[in-house]
Structures are given as C-alpha cells and as structure tokens.
Design a protein. Structure first.
Length: 318
C-alpha cells in the first residue's frame, strides 16, 4: 500500500465520541489518547491525527481556524463552513424536517421551517456546502448523496459513499436451543412471531408506526432503546389494544440477544441515513422491514431479505 508523507489530520465532531455510526467511522483513525494529537500510522498515513470538539474552543468556527494552522486536513462531522472534508452522517437537515412535518399537527408543521434553531442548522449546512474549501463529502448511503446533489447543487463526483460496517464475527444467528432459552428468559412465547425495534429517539425511528403495525396481529414487538416520551408510546399501544404484545426493555448494553430471539427487525424510521442496526440484524439472519427514507433500504431486496415502504404506510407494514 502507498505510504504518504506526514500529514496532519484533525476531526471536528460532537462531544460524545464513538457511540454512533458516525463516531464508529472515525474511531480507527483516532489514537487512544485523543483529544490530544499523537503520532499515528493507521491506514499507512503517517502524521498527526487529532480530534476536537467545538466546545473546546468556545465555537466550532474558531476551532476550525485554530486547527487549520496546525493540520493539513480538517475533516468535520458537524456542519462547519471551511472544512476540507465533511461526513454527512446526519443526512440533510431539511429532508428530516420534511419527514417530521408529516406527523405533526398542521400548525406545528408550518412553523417547523421557521424555527430559529432549524433555520440556523440549514443555513450552516448550505454555507458549508458552498464554501470553496470543501474538497470532498463522505456519506453512508446513496440516498444521502442524491439529496445533497438535489438540495445544494454539489458536483456528484465530489461525494463519496462509504457504507457503515459492523463486526460480523460478533453478530451471528442463534441456534434454535439458544433462541428458545432467550425467549424463555424474557418471557416471550416460544412459537410467537417476534419483531425487535432497536433505537433511541422513538419519533424519528418510527416507533408509532411500528406499534400501529403490530396492533390487530398476533405478533410481538420488543423495544430496545429509550425516549423521554416513552409513556406516550405505551399509551398508544394501550389505546390500540396491543399493550400486552409490546415489551419496552430500555437501553441495553448488549443488543445481540434481542436480534437472536427475534424473527425480524421492524424499523419504519421517518428519516435515517443508515442505522447500524440494519446491518446487525441482517448479520443475525433477520429480515428487515424499514422505510424508503432509510439509507439502509439500499441493502434490501424486496421480498427476499426484507421489505421497505413509506414510513407511515401502516397497511403495507402489516
């Protein structure tokens, strides 16, 4: 492999490191002693690699200015004008708002685009894509690439799709005996059809649609994740008469057992560039039911290893 001369790389990201797909993308590049820059030889790139959060310098832009003086390449995971490389792990903010508006009351939907915070994010995003310093964009789905090209008139050749990955030696299907033990452990019928929903932030991940899809069927749903509005979803299940078929299990440090006891992953997300849970479920041998507004649908062959449809199309989800 080619060995480059010493190059300094800094990565601007949020303060919570290595927990999401976005941070997992960065993790191999960052030395253990981050956020301090250190000598590193990953990927045959010899030089300094550091990670900085916007909070460390008071403002994201000031952080960029500071690091540009010390590093040759600035890669940002935040919408910061002036970076050399941007990883669009959150997709396009306007596209998320358009999807969210579909589930809000009409008056709230109309106000969404005028919200001060959302206007700030959309402005920062546009300024970043228009900045002359931007040399490349990395996204984790063709869906996001199309949206960026359509919304910001970016040259498609500047955008590179690099899909997420998972440890396929860790996520594996369970043997029948192991599956039976897991179901007994969590009080689930041995012969029931069980779907798992894995993700926090229930509104965006589409838990309401998942519950509505389960209602009126004999299937069960286990919910692994958290949301401050969890009671609202419990009330929804109760109102639809399927409360007894829904298990809220909260955040779990280890998600593998829940894939292994399930018959499929149900994730009708409103908008998600590419959730790792889709790859994890597939590695465990599960079919995946998700939405057209999820980049992970690009890995699904309709009717073979899963299904995808509109996130709010409950009749099709059933």
């Amino acid at each position: 492999m080619r060995v480059f001369s010493k190059v300094g790389l800094t990565v601007l990201t949020s303060s919570v490191l290595f927990l999401t797909g976005c941070q997992q993308f960065t993790k191999p590049q960052i030395p253990a002693e981050s956020p301090n820059a250190a000598e590193q030889n990953n990927f045959n790139l010899q030089g300094k690699i550091g990670v900085r959060t916007p909070q460390q310098s008071g403002s994201a832009f000031f952080t960029w200015v500071q690091q540009q003086q010390q590093f040759d390449i600035v890669q940002s995971h935040e919408r910061i004008p002036g970076c050399d490389i941007y990883r669009a792990g959150d997709g396009v903010h306007r596209r998320w708002l358009l999807q969210r508006a579909r589930i809000l009351p009409a008056w709230r939907a109309q106000m969404l685009m005028y919200d001060r915070y959302h206007r700030y994010v959309m402005r920062a995003e546009r300024e970043m894509y228009q900045a002359p310093e931007l040399k490349a964009v990395i996204c984790n789905a063709e869906m996001i690439k199309r949206e960026i090209v359509e919304d910001f008139d970016i040259d498609a050749n500047k955008i590179h799709v690099i899909y997420n990955s998972i440890d396929s030696s860790r996520f594996v299907p369970a043997q029948e005996a192991q599956r039976a033990i897991l179901r007994q452990q969590f009080g689930l019928p041995a012969d029931a059809v069980v779907f798992c929903f894995v993700g926090s932030g229930f509104e965006r991940k589409g838990l309401a649609s998942a519950i509505r899809a389960i209602a009126g069927t004999s299937a069960w749903l286990i919910v692994v994740g958290q949301d401050k509005a969890e009671r609202r979803y419990r009330d929804l299940a109760r109102s639809l008469g399927c409360e007894g078929q829904i298990r809220f299990l909260g955040v779990q440090k280890e998600t593998l057992p829940f894939y292994q006891l399930s018959d499929g992953l149900l994730l009708p997300t409103l908008y998600d560039p590419f959730p790792n849970v889709i790859l994890e479920a597939m590695a465990c041998g599960l079919p995946v039911i998700t939405s057209e507004s999820c980049g992970g649908a690009e890995f699904i062959q309709q009717g073979q290893n899963g299904f995808y449809c509109d996130a709010l199309d409950i009749s099709t989800l059933k």
